[in-house]
Design a protein around this ligand. Structure first.
Ligand SMILES: C[S@@+](CC[C@H](N)C(=O)[O-])C[C@H]1O[C@@H](n2cnc3c(N)ncnc32)[C@H](O)[C@@H]1O
Length: 484
């Protein structure tokens, strides 16, 4: 199952010593009715056993039944949150406001179709009244009539608060929703959607959802779309933009390298189109805090998925000189890779290199500016590719994406630099060649990988008007194949 789409928050107040509860509530349709009925029966049995055991003071039985009950509750909770990748569901903003304005709420986790809340009873109200008030924040949503309510210790709550604070990145969804408008101009929009032949009844995967520009056009053509993005800010923006399409649009959190698993775990075994518009979106580059740009001061981060373990700063400060030089050379084709790596290692002897502008000026001190390109351009591209393992993910996407296509389905990939384009071109050539030949063979042999035909003999590139209107599109190249 993919990483769940959740927003975590904890109040700055620790529990005040009153009784605390963990409450899980979910949308009616998000947990299968049969599962709920089975759980209800099992729960009733467990509660009966607990009562009997409690009466006789049989501690072992009591704690075993309690454990069983917790396991059961956890499985319902998992099911409720597992559904959370659906585009429609809890409108996080409204529920968030209701929870945060409730003095008893010490923290929460919100998904698209479920909420887990940590509550301390601070006044005369009971748990049920709190739940009713939270649910009332979304009066037109059909909540399941029952909820999980478990008494928890203050220590459990304190641990949860610590976890939520530590996982600050998980709150990115919320920050993203609050953030300024997500503005990304979609590249090669008409060319891509025409190549994919989107129509009613077709199922498409937009593996790089971004702000939802391509997805929107596919939806308008009548297709249903599964949109994947590893960036919570992008997913939040796309959700907002595409919410009107209801069940026609599904948003999935994760890396497109897991495209098959992501789709399979949502019951989709084959699709009619796979689209990837590679690289980063304009808001990612333009948001200084994301650390992608050497033009603005920001933390040296560059993670598209804020939960990735290694940021650009970790690489710059911890990789060996050889590793650094290899990254700059392989992913940036930077000819001064060794000199830059040497200077970085010297500089980090004076303290951690923490910001984008710090790194940019170190690179500029090795490499004077020549022409229009900033000396740090290639190194920043290289680090970004390394942090996000972009080329490894692309390899996985190409092979998994093709195997996910049904016969006649198409894969359209837009690249923005030569390393990506080379990979796509070579992969497409490999799978569209009926035969392979080698000088040592007397005659060509059938190609075991032959499974597609080429739709774009040469890559499609943006016209002059598009480049003028959106200069970032200038290096875009679209290649398309069709599954045999
Ligand atoms: C160029 S933008 C896509 C813009 C989109 N086509 C639109 O029109 O709004 C690329 C998006 O792909 C996402 N992305 C890049 N690599 C990814 C990966 N390996 N897995 C999932 N998402 C990825 C980025 O986070 C970014 O939001």
């Amino acid at each position: 199952m993919s990483k769940q789409e959740t927003e975590c928050w904890a109040s700055s107040h620790p529990p005040g010593g009153r009784t605390c509860y963990r409450v899980v509530m979910w949308l009616a349709e998000s947990v299968d009715r049969q599962m709920l009925d089975a759980c209800r029966r099992t729960r009733a049995e467990i509660v009966k056993r607990m009562q009997q055991a409690g009466g006789r003071g049989a501690r072992g039985v009591l704690s075993e039944a309690q454990r069983e009950l917790q396991t059961l509750n956890r499985s319902i909770c998992r099911a409720a949150f597992a559904f959370s990748t659906r585009a429609q569901g809890v409108r996080v903003g409204e529920l968030r406001a209701a929870l945060r304005s409730d003095a008893g709420v010490l923290g929460y986790r919100l998904g698209g179709t479920a909420a887990e809340v940590w509550l301390e009873l601070v006044d005369e109200e009971g748990v049920g009244e709190h739940i009713a008030r939270w649910q009332h924040a979304l009066p037109d949503v059909s909540w399941c009539a029952e909820s999980i309510v478990e008494q928890v210790s203050s220590q459990d709550v304190a641990d949860m608060q610590q976890e939520a604070h530590a996982a600050g990145a998980e709150c990115a969804e919320e920050t993203a929703e609050d953030a300024a408008e997500f503005s990304h101009t979609t590249v090669l929009l008409e060319e891509t959607t025409a190549a994919l032949r989107a129509a009613k009844g077709k199922v498409m995967v937009d593996a790089t959802l971004g702000g939802g520009g391509h997805s929107e056009r596919l939806l308008q053509a009548g297709a249903s779309v599964w949109g994947i993005d590893q960036d919570p800010a992008a997913r939040a923006a796309a959700r907002r933009r595409l919410v009107g399409y209801g069940e026609q649009m599904h948003v999935l959190a994760g890396n497109f390298r897991h495209i098959k698993t992501l789709l399979h775990s949502n019951g989709v075994d084959a699709v009619d189109g796979v689209l990837a518009d590679l690289g980063i979106s304009s808001p990612q580059v333009d948001t200084a805090e994301r650390g992608f740009s050497f033009m603005t001061e920001g933390p040296l981060d560059m993670r598209m998925d804020p939960m990735l373990p290694r940021s650009a700063a970790d690489i710059v400060n911890e990789a060996s000189e050889t590793e650094l030089a290899d990254i700059l050379w392989q992913y940036g084709e930077e000819r001064a890779s060794r000199a830059i790596a040497r200077r970085i290692v010297q500089q980090r002897g004076h303290g951690r290199i923490a910001t984008t502008t710090q790194l940019a000026s170190i690179i500029s001190s090795v490499l004077p500016r020549r022409g229009r390109q900033h000396p740090a351009t290639r190194s920043f591209q290289a680090l970004r590719i390394a942090v996000n393992d972009e080329l490894g993910a692309l390899d996985d996407l190409l092979s998994s994406g093709l195997s996910l296509l049904r016969s006649g389905g198409r894969m359209a990939i837009i690249t923005f630099h030569s390393l990506e384009d080379r990979k796509v071109k070579q992969f497409f050539e490999r799978v569209t060649r009926p035969e392979i030949d080698r000088p040592e063979w007397p005659q060509p042999r059938p190609n075991p990988e032959y499974s597609a035909r080429s739709i774009t003999r040469k890559p499609t590139i943006p016209g002059a008007a598009e480049v003028t209107a959106n200069p970032r599109s200038r290096s875009a190249k679209l290649r398309v194949i069709e599954k045999l």
